[in-house]
Design a protein around this ligand. Structure first.
Ligand SMILES: [Cu+2]
Length: 699
């Protein structure tokens, strides 16, 4: 079978040109699929509702906690008004037999290894339409393949759950490419369909998560529910005190906030039942209302538009219904005290610009923009605790826009989270009178920063049916991608919180710098003369069908008219263990991409603009002074927003984890026997088509 690289025809398209196309076209398929759902009628699932996994031991892994899980199909009600329970693929705790969306949560301690023994019990038919035209998903490849990735974990590559490391219930492993070879290295001998993943957990306190990463179905498996929480804890934050009171709220006052957008079927179709998940599967390209550009001869490309695959992958999936912790439009009761929230954007492609307002008395279910709610204090990100607390005051302003209606990527923003980004937050509700309601609000455009208004659902939004969008949203009901959740304050139960907002912030300002130092390696020095300096590029191209794709590349073009390379191309990011590396990543596309790094946490040095205006020519030099990272981009990151027309400089040290066993090199051809990781965009539709590249470390 020829590989995709032999088919691919590419063209470099300046980001702005594509962005203009994007807003001008569209069609109905994917917009406003879901039934009408009442807002704020069901409680937010919290810790406990989403169970914590039960740990065991195994003499084969001395000193480690063993979790015996399986990937299974089950159903769960994600809103009481849905016509039925939703079929999901998710993780089941074999010890308790419980299957709960986003569970089971694993609570790990720093320095104590965890082994997940994962059995693949998925049925042979996927619950979502599978496009077999993308790399690694060809007809005949089993669709119930899984590969478990601990997102944010510092793990040996054999436990990283890379795209090639998939396996099926019967033990079929990757063979899509003759050169791939035996890339599945962590199977349990004698147990086909079972794999062991070893996680050292030598990392500071933070929320990471485990989700599927199998080749060609990652975006579908994650959407179907193969994603769950994983908390690494240590004693640094819990030891912080003010007058003998814990500075950080304890587990009893801690909640995850996993933000996702979904769509649900109103009635049965060939892919599922009423209440099941809808995922877009037509490449909408016809007429004035098309969602996406299709390559045409003026782009130097002759598309086979009459032979577009169906079902087809899509350039990005924006859905109409926000769910938090697995419930659409939930409410949550909070006492007048401080809470800690671990927020995670677990969406396919949607960004969230998060704010908190009192609920309007005139318009129930809507925010009163004149009455900001309590501030968010961010104390951590994906890379653990921040060097300083960052306060978001929920300013009563709209998201800052440019004259063309797109978002000004310079902000200022309240809390902005791209897919896979996390925020460790403290919110103090003690100043909110019991009996009050607050609205957790989002107004990020989708795509970001050049929004298509048809992806933005809010009460009274314009009727956009003529342009392929949705009718106006009625008050009190979905679809509404802005009013995510309602907080309801209730009377205090038990003793009052000894610390309020001011005391908390003051203590954090004095104690967080030391906690940051105690938690992490020293900051990396981007002026270090030993650092290896390289230029990378983010590119928008077309695939062999004329569909938009996004690709990672270097500053040298492998293909005509594009710096982009395919995931399957030979690796260009190959480093020695412990090498210090600085990348300048030039984003030539129209989208902000949340670039995610396996293995390493990086530090953001800064960003600058560059001139991407001349077709086919990109000068790889900044044209503005370097802008320092935002306060919540200081410290460590593993998912970094990279804006269109900007170069983002990151620094990383290619250190491998310590494990008590020998880790073999990758047997795949071209991987130089190195430890094979990946780096990729975490817009899942981008990642899979084809915005991902190998990251090879030679021990
Ligand atoms: Cu992307």
């Amino acid at each position: 079978m020829p590989t995709r690289r032999e088919f691919i025809k590419t063209t470099l398209v300046a980001g702005t040109a594509v962005a203009l196309f994007r807003c001008a076209e569209g069609r109905v398929w994917a917009y406003a699929q879901s039934p009408k759902l009442r807002k704020f009628v069901a409680p937010l699932p919290g810790l406990g509702d989403i169970p914590v996994a039960a740990a065991g031991t195994d003499p084969a892994y001395p000193g480690a906690d063993i979790y015996t899980l399986s990937a299974q199909q089950f159903t769960q009600r994600l809103h009481p008004d849905l016509p039925g329970p939703t079929r999901l693929w998710g993780y089941t705790d074999q010890t308790t037999g419980k299957s709960v969306y986003l569970g089971p949560i694993i609570v790990a301690q720093r320095g104590k290894p965890v082994v997940i023994r994962m059995t693949n019990n998925l049925p042979p038919t996927h619950i979502l339409p599978v496009d077999t035209s993308i790399m690694g998903a060809e007809p005949g490849v089993p669709v119930n393949r899984i590969s478990l990735h601990l997102h944010g974990g510092l793990v040996p590559w054999t436990s990283d759950g890379g795209p090639f490391a998939w396996y099926t219930p019967t033990g079929v492993v990757d063979a899509t490419d003759g050169s791939a070879g035996p890339s599945f290295l962590n199977g349990v001998p004698g147990s086909p369909g079972v794999a062991d993943y070893y996680y050292p957990n030598d990392q500071s306190e933070r929320l990471v998560w485990y989700h599927d990463h199998a080749m060609g179905v990652t975006r579908l498996n994650a959407y179907a529910g193969l994603a769950a929480g994983y908390l690494i804890t240590d004693s640094v934050l819990s030891a912080m005190q003010v007058d003998n009171a814990p500075l950080i709220p304890g587990l009893a006052y801690t909640m995850p906030l996993v933000l996702q957008d979904k769509a649900f079927k109103q009635s049965a179709d060939k892919y599922g039942r009423a209440g099941d998940l809808f995922y877009p599967y037509e490449y909408e390209h016809d007429g004035k209302t098309a969602r996406w550009d299709l390559g045409d001869p003026s782009d130097g490309f002759s598309p086979a538009s009459d032979s577009l695959p169906s079902p087809s992958c899509v350039p990005e999936a924006f859905l109409d219904t926000p769910i938090i912790n697995g419930m659409a439009y939930p409410y949550v009761e909070v006492e007048p005290r401080r809470y800690r929230f671990f927020a995670l954007n677990g969406s396919q492609a949607r960004f969230y610009h998060l704010q908190l307002y009192y609920e309007s008395t005139l318009n129930p279910g809507e925010p009163d923009f004149g009455r900001p709610g309590p501030a968010f204090i961010q104390i951590g990100s994906e890379g653990g605790v921040l060097p300083q607390p960052v306060v978001f005051n929920n300013p009563p302003v709209q998201i800052p826009t440019n004259c063309d209606g797109s978002v000004n990527t310079d902000g200022p923003f309240n809390l902005l989270l791209a897919p896979a980004e996390r925020a460790d937050l403290i919110i103090d509700f003690s100043s909110v009178p019991p009996g009050s309601n607050l609205i957790f609000y989002n107004d990020a455009p989708a795509p970001f920063p050049m929004g298509d208004p048809r992806n933005d659902y809010f009460t009274g939004c314009p009727d956009q049916t003529a342009s392929g969008g949705a009718p106006s949203t009625q008050a009190g009901y979905g679809p509404n991608t802005r009013t995510l959740m309602q907080f309801r304050t209730i009377a205090l139960k038990g003793a009052a919180d000894p610390l309020n907002f001011d005391a908390t912030l003051q203590a954090l300002m004095s104690q967080l710098p030391a906690a940051y130092k105690a938690s992490h390696e020293p900051d990396l020095d981007s002026a270090d003369p030993h650092a290896q300096r390289e230029i990378k590029t983010l590119n928008e191209d077309y695939d062999e069908y004329g569909r938009l794709i996004q690709r990672v590349g270097t500053d040298s073009a492998k293909y005509a008219d594009s710096y982009g390379r395919n995931y399957m191309d030979d690796p260009t990011e190959i480093y020695d263990e412990d090498q210090l590396v600085v990348w300048d990543v030039y984003n030539t596309t129209g989208d902000t991409h949340p670039m995610h790094f396996h293995l390493v946490n990086v530090q953001v040095v800064g960003r600058a603009t560059f001139d991407a205006s001349i077709p086919n020519i990109v000068e790889f030099v900044p044209t503005s002074p370097w802008i320092p990272p935002d306060p919540n981009y200081r410290g460590w990151k593993e998912t970094v927003r990279m804006n269109p027309g900007e170069v983002t400089r990151v620094i990383m040290k290619m250190s491998l984890p310590d494990v008590p066993f020998h880790v073999p090199g990758s047997p795949r051809a071209g991987m130089q026997n190195g430890h094979e990781y990946v780096w990729h965009c975490h817009i899942l539709e981008h990642e899979e088509h084809d915005m991902m590249r190998p990251l090879i470390i030679r021990p």
